[in-house]
Design a binder for this molecule. Sequence first.
Ligand code: KIV
Ligand code: ZN
Length: 545
Amino acid sequence: MTSESAVSDVTGITQACGTGNTNPLPQAERVTIFDTTLRDGEQSPGCSMDPRQKLKVAEALARLRVDVIEAGFPIASPGDFESVRNIAQRIEGPVIAALARCQDADIDRAAEAIRDAERGRLHVFLATSAIHREHKLGMAREEIIRRAVEGVRRARDLRDDVEFSPEDAARTEPEFLAEVVEAVIDAGATTINIPDTVGYTTPAELEALFTYVRTHVRGIDAITLSVHCHDDLGMAVANSLAAVRAGARQVECTINGIGERAGNAALEEVVMALRTRQDVFNAHTEIDTTKLCATSRLVSTITGSHVQRNKAIVGENAFSHEAGIHQHGVLKRRETYEIMRPEDVGYREGNLVLGKHSGKHAIRARIEALGYQITEDELAEVVKRFKPLADRKKEILDADLEALVLGSDPAEQGPWRLVSLATNGGTQHLQTGSVEMVRIDTGATISEASVGDGPVDAMFKAIARATGVRMTLTDFRVRSVSSGEDAQGEAWIDADVDGRRVRGRGLSTDIVEAAALACVEIVNTYTRTSERIAASQTAAEEVTA
Ligand code: KIV
Ligand code: ZN
């Protein structure tokens, strides 16, 4: 008997403790991964993304091999519509889903947004629980069924792939839920998703509800049963897995678990739990797990929503062993304390990669090794920003390179550019900040100075004076993206400008400069949007005149 099988015998687990388990067991059933990072995830406070960022996330999700990308809620705003359409036109591989309420205008708009998708899905939803029926919708049970059926029929007239979600299903009376589900299957729904909208249920309860639905709904075996859990009580992943045990064959989840309120089930946790414990769940996914860490970093960098160090699977500490006894055990045999291999999730320590003599080809090769794909133009942009950074830093680490790849283009698009800045801090004197800014399109240079509540505040005020953009800071976060004395600092600022919430990100080895660059990004985003709106109003007035 090998020592590996000895371990299996002791624990009663038939697999070799999870590590190295890459192939599905012969009887393992396929679970579809429906990623809703761009829809439910984007709804989470502070996680909004612009269309360019959404496309980057969608590309990464396609590389991760998710089965379905829920790209957005097209009726919500013209920006959402455009973004879904853009993704539907450009992303190949996954099914592209768009969300709609059971209303004609919503469904038509969603169908229009995914018109060019190679494979598209309409996802319609309507709340079914008593509390939503009475207090939100003011509809009786019969009306809910009628509207749900009409919504699904309209969607089926437009697309063959239609998902229906009875919102707040986990708090819906099971017999009514079964009635709704049966009616929408008859109307043509091809996937039925059971959401725990408010993160209220428990694994045992949800397993029982899925079993109930599976045994009480006619036609249930002809459709795909899906689960969608929120994390208000910290049970979203456990609940999703319980649903899989009871027959769910699609799991809806988000990268890093971002989402409405406490978030959704974390994709990386669901996928690795299914893979590591195939013996329990008897299921597998088609996800390329080696891309999990890179995708997690991309989403956290784009949204500014950082992953806690001890986060399962993708946290910085997920595979580091501090205790001597653990290190000793891992050195002797890694399975003593590791149930997954770090390389299987693409986990890596920050490592020295490039320096100031590195050329374009080496930079591209490293970027690709990190799991990113970039165009020639994007590479040229990275190379442009790489050189000054390499002059300031001895070592360019992977994290530095990633930060450049995901860099803040809006600041470079102008119209404003920071030429220089100086601040004066300390506890004894008034803090001051001065900046020199250039307006790229006109060449005008403006210098301004201000006092403030600290050097950063003084510098913000000086930028506001120079550009004429009045902003109120609502959030300011800084963190280091790599390690060492000359690590790059990343600053995130949220500001209220003219009643609009605008976000900026800045990156520099100097944290005050990073904050200034984030502030310039806010000024630029705001100025460009205002100028665009003003231009379209003038055009409209000219047409009317
Ligand atoms: O949480 C929820 O109920 C949803 C539905 C739209 C599926 O996000
Ligand atoms: Zn949700």
